[in-house]
Design a protein around this ligand. Structure first.
Ligand code: SF4
Length: 311
């Protein structure tokens, strides 16, 4: 791997420096992947394996287990040929212009995308084939590509969703050290709305006893509403597989006073029923307060949806 980066603490945020990050360029056989669990769509496209946003709760770490490294945050694999691979996938006769979730596993607008600029090439291919997309990100780097997204939205459809966990940057800067502040992400939705691009908010993961206070949840609801989000999906942190160990190590270092309280909420991988019931009540009150109920998404594939796998 090439060595590119070093990360140094600087107040609430950590300066991003590419000097000690290991980056490996790889070639993908296909760009599109089918999965049986539908979350908006069954089709995924991920440009990167590994992610430099370094969220302490990252659920995607499992995706490194088949590689020759477990350093999910430090060893980043770049599918350098992915625009060509996508072009080939879209020309297959079995492809039916299904909605594609772009970067649903690892963030396509993570810091290294500034250097590789693969997302604009990906969007160009979507435009060429008039294929609808949904993008999930934590990064305002997406605004670099807003003209292309607007163009695609006029001929197919684009939905952008951001995740939001903490408005308070003294917390956000620690749990998502290389991602732009949550307030900036939510304001970005307002810019997309001005171009008629549909948006939503994944209010997740909410961390018990750290980001679940009503002031924080209220602020996320208010900013989401003010910036025109069509939906908001709240979810409490899951701690499956290796994520639990990594997350609790970070909590031990960053918020030692909360360690036992957070652990007490989890029997295994999920928050207990009493906690979830109390959280659900907070969300119910906020939906009522802001009259914020999810609207139906506007992603309309050009042709009928298909469950066919790409072969
Ligand atoms: S942005 Fe997503 S994939 Fe990247 S570190 Fe954070 S949770 Fe993991």
């Amino acid at each position: 791997m090439d060595t590119l980066g070093k990360n140094e603490a600087n107040g609430d945020h950590i300066d991003y420096n590419l000097q000690t990050m290991a980056v490996k360029e790889i070639k993908a056989k296909t760009a599109l992947h089918y999965h049986s669990k539908e979350f908006a769509t069954n089709w995924d496209l991920n440009i990167y394996r590994g992610c430099g946003h370094r969220c302490i709760y990252c659920f995607a770490q499992y995706s490194h287990k088949y590689l020759d490294t477990e350093q999910f945050f430090d060893d980043i694999f770049v599918k350098i040929n992915i625009p060509d691979a996508l072009n080939a996938d879209f020309t297959k006769r079995s492809w039916k212009n299904n909605l594609v979730n772009v970067c649903g596993v690892t963030d396509g607008y993570q810091p290294i995308e500034e250097q590789y600029a693969l997302m604009p090439k990906i969007i160009e291919v979507f435009i060429k084939y008039k294929n609808p997309m949904i993008i999930t990100t934590k990064s305002t780097l997406l605004l670099r590509d807003i003209d292309l997204l607007e163009k695609l939205n006029k001929i197919a459809s684009v939905n952008v969703q951001v995740s939001a966990s903490s408005i308070d940057e003294s917390i956000g800067g620690k749990i998502e050290p290389f991602a732009p502040p949550t307030v900036d992400r939510l304001k970005m939705l307002g810019e997309l709305g001005k171009r008629s691009i549909s948006t939503g908010v994944l209010m997740m993961p909410i961390i018990p006893h750290l980001t679940d206070n009503i002031e924080n949840l209220d602020a996320i609801f208010r900013l989401s509403k003010e910036n025109g989000a069509k939906y908001i999906f709240p979810q409490v942190l899951h701690l499956r597989g290796n994520t639990k160990k990594v997350f609790l190590n970070y909590i031990h270092d960053l918020f030692p006073g909360l360690m036992e309280k957070i652990k007490s909420v989890y029997n295994g991988s999920y928050a207990n029923k009493n906690y979830l019931a109390a959280f659900g009540e907070k969300i119910r009150l906020l939906r009522t307060k802001y009259n914020f109920y999810n609207e139906i998404r506007e992603n309309k594939p050009r042709r009928e949806d298909s469950q066919l796998k790409l072969l």
